[in-house]
Design a protein around this ligand. Structure first.
Ligand code: ADP
Ligand code: ADP
Ligand code: ZN
Length: 214
């Protein structure tokens, strides 16, 4: 089962992708997580990506596409995967389709998690990320057992640099300009499915399991 998660920054793509990965036993591939790991490890890719990410801009397509194509060709992806945060532009989507077509494969679902911009701004202000393992929490909607401490690894929870309000608005604009056209792209491909992302995390997931099957 090959799945793409679509939606604005903060719509809940990562939250749902992790749940899909656990239930359907497929790897969760988050380009944002891959970049943040590279930044943490001080790699060349991380250095390049950081200059864009800090400004709320997309990392250039040429730095993203090969990375994802290599990843989905790995052994653990043979039964499928859930892509979170990729593709984010039409050229990325076209490059992915081309790479899959050359292997005689195609994407199964693109799930659009719909959340209006008004809700996004409050969601992002409350998002907290673990400085150790990258796990995501929300101060109100998905709180850690002990405030400010990661449930799984015990490290500190922080507000991502790009989750500050000024940058969130910029990322929303970038989303509408560069990523939203993918909704038409995957509608035309016949694989788009929409879910209401404004309801509780478990209710969003229930809608998704209706699409993917029990
Ligand atoms: P969110 O979860 O809020 O949508 P991500 O963690 O997916 O954010 O991405 C964080 C940042 O990493 C993006 O704002 C962008 O700069 C960069 N990024 C992630 N994925 C891509 C991609 N497919 N193409 C270009 N830039 C990307
Ligand atoms: P994305 O990957 O799309 O950027 P996340 O999964 O990181 O989004 O979610 C953004 C923030 O909103 C996180 O703090 C997360 O805990 C919270 N969140 C996710 N889904 C919901 C939901 N259905 N209702 C309320 N808060 C949510
Ligand atoms: Zn952690």
């Amino acid at each position: 089962m090959k799945i793409i998660m679509l939606g604005a920054p903060g719509a809940g793509k990562g939250t749902q992708a992790k749940k899909i990965a656990a239930k359907y036993q497929v790897p969760h591939i988050s380009t944002g997580d891959i970049f943040r790991a590279n930044i943490k490890n001080g790699t060349e890719l991380g250095k390049k990506a950081k200059t864009y990410m800090d400004q709320g801009l997309l990392v250039p397509d040429e730095l993203v596409v090969d990375l994802v194509v290599d990843r989905v060709n790995q052994e653990d992806c043979r039964n499928g995967y859930v892509l979170d945060g990729f593709p984010r532009t039409i050229p990325q989507a076209e490059a992915l389709d081309k790479a899959l077509a050359s292997l005689g494969q195609k994407m199964d679902y693109a799930i659009d998690v719909e959340v209006p911009d008004e809700n996004i701004v409050t969601r992002m202000g409350g998002r907290r990320a673990c400085a150790g393992c990258g796990a995501t929490y929300h101060l109100v909607y998905a709180p850690a057992k002990e405030e400010g401490i990661c449930d799984t690894c015990g490290k500190e929870l922080v507000l991502r640099d790009d989750d500050k309000p000024e940058t969130v608005q910029k990322r929303l604009n970038v989303y509408h300009e560069q990523t939203q056209p993918l909704i038409d792209y995957y509608t035309q491909a016949g694989i788009l499915r929409k879910v209401d992302g404004t309801v509780d995390i478990e209710d969003v997931f229930r809608e998704i399991t209706k699409i993917l099957g029990e």
